[in-house]
Ligand binder design. Structure first.
Ligand code: PHE
Length: 344
């Protein structure tokens, strides 16, 4: 064994390599799994124990020398191949990372929020799992209103006086705001809502709303009309007109449905507006005094208006998307259409 060690030492001293390949071969020959030095370590097991100390030391020394010799050769040799290989240019730009784009619903929701922020509205958010009080009761829904029935609302827990459910509109956030915030109130409530609807081109069981609420002394229907007209012109263009049709919501009185003039045919009638020249965009009305009182607001002193719109609906009108389901299918061909629609 001693002789082998000496022989290897001598060879190591003499070792010369001219390419990296040769260095690697030498490494394998001495230190590889089946290398000569590795074999010596195997053999070391059979060395009588009184000699183990001395041999162990020499063997370790040998391994150390071999390793450093190989390292030294490795770092000093420049292969012709290596030398002629193109130098890395660290100033080159990296591989571009494909940037995603914002979802069209997020883009429009942000646009709506930005418009109302400009008008001085705060943004309020609330839970998606709500209780009956905030979604229905405090909003003046009579106990047997059809929207409470299973076909419209997803109930999370049943049978209580105040069951938990997935909110069917973000008016629940308006109730929470009225209950906790000082007057006057001027908020918009963007968020996801849920309804037990059959999925079709025009309806989905999940969609997004932005609802708004303004409560102060002497708020009138004229204020509501003006706020919505300004919003419509910011959203759909300066020449947009609005019209209001009487409607019904349990929480507003009077209530109205708002249409904007069709910005595609400019009111002449096309297939988007179904020949009418008008497109329905939201519901609105003056907050019912019962709703104010339910949240502890004196309806003799204060009045207010509320409105609510579907974000997908606005986005469909903006980009003439004819099927609501596109927004939920995550088809990249559809989603990438909007990558340049606004800044990412
Ligand atoms: N909450 C109504 C809905 O979800 C929208 C609405 C809000 C209507 C406020 C009038 C006033 O359909």
């Amino acid at each position: 064994m001693k002789e082998t060690i000496e022989k290897i030492l001598a060879e190591l001293n003499e070792l010369k390599c001219s390419t990296q390949k040769e260095v690697e071969e030498a490494r394998v020959r001495f230190l590889g799994k089946k290398g000569e030095i590795t074999a010596l370590f195997e053999e070391f097991r059979t060395v009588p124990s009184e000699m183990k100390r001395e041999f162990g030391k020499t063997l370790n020394e040998l391994k150390k020398q071999a390793t450093s010799k190989i390292e030294e050769l490795k770092s000093t040799i420049t292969d012709k191949e290596t030398a002629s290989a193109p130098k890395q240019d660290l100033s080159m730009p990296g591989d571009p990372i494909a940037l995603g784009s914002r979802h069209p619903v997020s883009i429009v929701r942000q646009e709506i929020v930005d418009i109302f922020r400009k008008f001085g509205y705060d943004v309020a958010e609330g839970p998606e799992i709500e209780d009956d009080w905030h979604v229905f009761e405090a909003l003046n829904f009579p106990p047997n209103h059809p929207a409470r029935e299973m076909q419209d609302t997803f109930f999370v827990s049943n049978g209580h006086l105040n069951p938990l459910l997935l909110r069917t509109h973000t008016s629940s956030v308006q109730v929470r705001t009225m209950e906790t915030q000082p007057l006057p109130i001027r908020v918009i409530c963007p968020g996801r809502v849920f309804r037990n609807e059959a999925i079709s081109a025009r309806a989905h069981c999940i969609f997004h709303q932005v609802e708004g609420l303004y409560i102060d002394k002497n708020v009138s229907f004229a204020d509501l009309k003006q706020a919505i007209l300004l919003f419509a012109r910011e959203m759909f263009g300066a020449d947009t007109e609005i019209r209001m049709r009487p409607s019904y919501f349990p929480f507003t009185e009077p209530s109205a449905e708002v249409d904007v003039s069709c910005n595609i045919c400019k009111g002449k009638g096309c297939n988007i507006c179904k020949g009418t020249g008008w497109l329905e965009i939201m519901g609105c009305g003056m907050v019912d005094p019962n709703v104010l009182e339910a949240s502890g607001i004196d309806s003799k002193q204060y009045s207010g208006f509320a409105f609510g719109m579907g974000v997908e609906r606005i986005a469909m009108l903006k980009w003439q998307v004819n099927d609501l389901r596109h927004y939920f299918e995550n088809d990249l061909r559809f989603l990438s259409e909007f990558s340049t629609a606004t800044e990412v």
